[in-house]
Design a protein around this ligand. Sequence first.
Ligand code: BYC
Length: 343
Amino acid sequence: MYTQSFNVPDGQAADTREFKSVLSAHDQEVLNAAQSRFDAVIDADGKIEPKDWMPEAYRKTLVRQISQHAHSEIVGMLPEGNWISRAPSLKRKAILIAKVQDEGGHGLYLYSAAETLGTSRDQLLDALHTGRAKYSSIFNYPTLTWADVGVIGWLVDGAAIMNQIPLCRCSYGPYARAMVRICKEESFHQRQGFESLMVMMQGNAEQQSMVQDAVNRWWWKCLAMFGPPDADSTNSTQGMRWGIKRVSNDDLRQKFVDATVPQAKVLGVTLPDPDLIWNEARGHHDYGQIDWDEFWATVNGNGPCNKERLATRVKAHEDGQWVRDAAMAYARKQQSRQQAEAA
Ligand code: BYC
């Protein structure tokens, strides 16, 4: 395979012995130069752009991560979307509609960023719809009460921002630039969630216990969102070397715990972890054991809502086929009109 910008074999093919043996000395020299240029940009903390040569493994890692991220955004619309028709006031309904719409927009920026790496939107969606692609574990849990919507904003979006701010400095230009706008919007999402919970906490005992119950159900799932412990994180070392990942799973998780504890105090809720305690020597909070068996079961398709989420996505895609058909028919019409005018 050759890239569009350089007539240079890609890294993965060149890694295979058979391919190397058929490379001419000149091709090998060109390949080495391209690799050195790529390494120099990474070492200088620069940006790789779509038409730059890149090792095939770097491209694949980006497609994996960006597409999983895009899938998470659009599947993430579903648990909250369930509450649009049941929001307690016009104000909350308008906010929720805007938020869910933002998540759809994030998915679109991210699919576009992934497409710049040479994989089509259809391929990416097909991987999601056939269960081959992952999306964030967190969206496989049900939203049982209105307080869940606030908690998703406060904790799920809070965790998402913690993870996504460092991605604004990712070495791949289109992903980094998409993340800048996404983070601005996520920050609004987080604050609206906190504000909505604050209002409920100033309400009656039933409202307060609804918030506490939602916090109890979501807290541990949010900690798991950051991914497996560093020792089990198969992609971290390479992701860090390439400047895709800037902060490790455990470090981000710790930052999230440290940032959230004082917010929980302001809200007046208890985080459901008896082992959660400030450790003066470490300058961080200690926290209890995350249930990694449950996390992996959910990631592997066996969480409480995996099947429902996927079925809803597939149905939405199929129901939208007429829109894609109409857009294509319109584009063909425009094209033939332009051709007729040009003739
Ligand atoms: N859920 O080696 P690791 C949002 C997988 S959107 C499922 O540490 P990596 C929001 C991981 O993919 C939230 N799978 O991986 C939207 C890998 O499997 P593969 C999504 C997970 O890539 C709407 C394996 O476990 N955010 O917040 O170095 C409304 C080993 O992990 C999870 C992003 O996608 C998980 N939680 O690090 C509200 C951000 N964690 O692919 C909010 C971009 C890990 O080898 N992604 N896995 O088969 C990332 O930053 C990184 O990909 C991760 C994982 C930190 C998630």
